[in-house]
Design a protein around this ligand. Structure first.
Ligand code: SF4
Length: 350
């Protein structure tokens, strides 16, 4: 019976008909392996029919010094939160950022995410944008959470920043307040609105497996439609970081991650769906692509100069491993082959 219902829903999707909420929830509830596979195939088919390019995004972590207090319960990124994370405070120098982004560009990866913790008045975001855009041809996403004012957003746009990220994590406000006791949900929504109003592309993602329901996930995906410059939705499966208040909370199942990626693709046929290699697990990158994702994030070139820990988990995917998966799957992806001939090669300025 379940399989028949799911086939009927998938047929509706193939006919480009809109789904009712109860139908989307039926997809979220799929249990049988064959049903799940059919949903994933439908989703990746939508990505391919829409010619959504497959891209890779590398990363630079600017600082882990975070003023949010108390810390988010899942966080292993901020200084002092987890011995498996960075633990010790750092703030990268201009030279360190420049070294990293040059190596990323030389590897052929065309996009970098520069992220940093809260409490720096957006200065760290501007520092990264200036260095990336003055010295490379990389596309740039900046993620400093809510550490942004309208003026900083304006300056980031002037520097050529391509995308600003502010993850809501969950739109279940009770859950949000529980896992992020030092932050306010409305503040994150406000920053998403400010980004959207500025005209810059907004990236805003879901952290799943933290106790939210399928209804919460569906509501969240629909909530994002309100932001008119939304161009990217990261889907991040919760992984427990040792030493944090959520270290014993179960990791997000692969089934939930894949179904959420696939349903996001069904609802947003041509959006950039990002899956960070640390949250899906580098060994599962293939599955995320099978589910309709098109941007793999936290992809680390082999010669990356700094210690790197994923934001959701300490283990990141390397460029060589990710390329091997993409090649085995026969997927075309964007990798710039001659970055050295096109970028400005000038020393970093203060
Ligand atoms: S998740 Fe972000 S805002 Fe929360 S404590 Fe960690 S670094 Fe700070």
């Amino acid at each position: 019976m379940g399989a028949i219902v799911i086939s009927r829903i998938l047929k509706k999707i193939r006919q480009s008909k809109n789904l009712e909420n109860h139908e989307i929830l039926t997809l979220f509830s799929a249990k049988k392996e064959s049903d799940i596979l059919n949903i994933l195939q439908t989703a990746s088919g939508i990505r391919d029919e829409n010619n959504v390019p497959i891209t890779l995004t590398s990363t630079v972590h600017i600082t882990n010094e975070c003023s949010v207090t108390p810390k988010c319960k899942y966080c292993g990124f901020a200084a002092g939160t987890s011995r498996s994370g960075y633990y010790h405070p750092f703030h990268k120098t201009d030279e360190e950022i420049l070294q990293a982004v040059r190596i990323i560009e030389d590897s052929g990866i065309s996009r970098v995410s520069c992220s940093g913790a809260h409490g720096h008045g957006g200065e760290h975001a501007l520092q990264a944008a200036r260095i990336v855009k003055e010295h490379t041809n990389l596309d740039l996403l900046v993620n400093v959470g809510t550490d942004l004012s309208a003026d900083t957003i304006h300056q980031l746009a002037a520097h050529g920043t391509d995308t600003l990220c502010c993850n809501l994590e969950t739109t279940n406000e009770t859950l949000f307040s529980y896992i992020k006791p030092g932050e306010k949900f409305y503040q994150r929504v406000k920053v998403c609105n400010m980004i959207s109003e500025s005209g810059l592309e907004l990236s805003s993602g879901l952290l799943i497996g933290i106790g939210e329901s399928n209804c919460d996930r569906l509501y969240h995906l629909k909530f994002l439609r309100a932001f008119k410059t939304l161009g990217e939705i990261p889907i991040m499966g919760f992984q427990p970081y040792i030493g944090t208040p959520m270290e014993h909370h179960p990791r997000c199942s692969m089934r939930d991650q894949l179904l959420t990626i696939a349903i996001t693709r069904i609802l947003y046929p041509d959006i950039r769906i990002t899956v960070p290699t640390p949250t899906i697990g580098p060994e599962n990158v293939r599955k995320s692509l099978m589910a309709g994702a098109n941007n793999l994030a936290t992809v680390i070139p082999d010669s990356y100069p700094h210690d790197i820990k994923g934001v959701g988990s300490p283990v990141c995917g390397t460029l060589s491993d990710v390329r091997q998966v993409l090649d085995e799957m026969g997927l075309k992806y964007i990798l710039r082959t001659h970055p050295l001939t096109t970028r400005q090669k000038i020393p970093v300025t203060g």
